[in-house]
Design a protein around this ligand. Structure first.
Ligand code: C2E
Ligand code: MG
Ligand code: MG
Ligand code: MG
Length: 287
């Protein structure tokens, strides 16, 4: 009987793994057509200079609404796009679309795009950037690339070389999700980052009593300022969070307190109505 039960468990896992693999394959196939079917779009979330309470730019965040109406989260499909290399054409579309948006915003604003590890490793990335920059006519420093710490898993000379090639195109570089990966501090010194984005896992609830997060944020800010980099605190939802990251010296904030990701028209309307000046809205956190 024990043997039968064991076989049943095995069957259960085998089926679950098979289902997972075929779900991935189905997502990959649908994603292959998503660009052509115009099912992908970018939303834009404000990034605010804390001291001046002004929007200095936006982060472009991808959304996929499938033909059947189902919305697929980027945390689900970006890893599949990565493994299948579909991230390369999708990433090129993201860069071109973001550059067009920047041209519409005018010279006072930046847009940041997320660059995943496979995109970063692609030899054609600098050429893609240069062609998108010149087609849109924007200043290169208006475009910022957010690179996640995961890229550092491989501390190769190739990576350092790519950072230098990207920097030479004139775009800005931000280190995303800082604190969640293997922080290679020596490497951070060598790579030409303009900004560190403090992961929201350190920010959400940082103002709560007994949280270690304030100490972590404070040391990241100290490190960034020694390296002459800006810091953006991600995931700021409440007035308490905002007061804390301001006191700890973060230069920028991004979070629901100033705005959720919005579509291009909403973004343009927001700027028309406010000229970039913003007021923190008491976001009622679900935490
Ligand atoms: P990320 O780059 O760290 O983006 C920040 C995420 O935090 C976004 O989730 C954003 O909507 C969310 N967020 C911002 N403020 C708040 C807040 O106050 N509270 C809470 N609870 N969440 C907040 P999203 O849009 O679901 O994206 C998730 C991740 O997917 C991104 O993390 C990024 O790693 C990836 N991703 C999104 N768009 C792209 C893209 O165009 N290309 C690539 N390669 N990856 C992308
Ligand atoms: Mg990001
Ligand atoms: Mg981030
Ligand atoms: Mg993050």
């Amino acid at each position: 009987a024990a043997k039968d039960a064991g076989r049943g468990v095995y069957r259960f896992y085998a089926d679950a793994m098979h289902n997972q693999a075929s779900e991935r394959k189905a997502i990959e196939d649908a994603l292959r057509d998503a660009l052509a079917k115009e099912e992908l779009k970018l939303l834009y979330q404000p990034i605010v200079d804390i001291a001046r309470e002004r929007i200095t730019g936006f982060e472009a965040l991808i959304r996929w609404q499938r033909g059947d109406g189902e919305a697929v989260s980027p945390s689900k499909f970006i890893p599949i796009a990565e493994e299948s290399n579909l991230i390369v054409p999708i990433g090129e579309w993201i860069i071109r679309t973001a550059c067009d948006t920047i041209a519409q915003l005018g010279p006072g604003y930046r847009v940041a795009v997320n660059v995943s590890p496979r995109q970063f490793a692609n030899d054609r990335l600098p050429a893609t950037l240069m062609s998108a920059l010149s087609a849109s006519g924007i200043a290169p420093a208006q475009l910022e690339l957010e690179i996640t710490e995961g890229v550092f898993l491989d501390e190769s000379p190739e990576n350092l070389e790519m950072f230098q090639r990207l920097k030479r195109t004139g775009v800005r570089l931000a280190l995303d999700d800082f604190g969640t990966g293997y922080s290679a501090l020596g490497y951070l010194k060598k790579a030409p980052f303009d900004k560190i984005k403090i992961d929201q896992s350190f920010v959400l609830g940082a103002a709560d009593k007994n949280s270690m997060n304030a100490a972590i944020i404070s040391s990241i800010v100290g490190l960034a300022s020694a390296l002459r980099m800006e810091t953006t605190a991600e995931g700021v939802e409440t007035h308490d969070d905002l007061a804390l990251v301001r006191r700890l010296g973060c230069s920028h904030v991004q979070g629901y307190i100033y705005g959720k990701p919005m579509d291009r028209d909403e973004m343009l309307a927001l700027l028309r109505g406010s000229d970039g000046q913003v007021v923190a809205q008491g976001y009622q956190s679900a935490r």
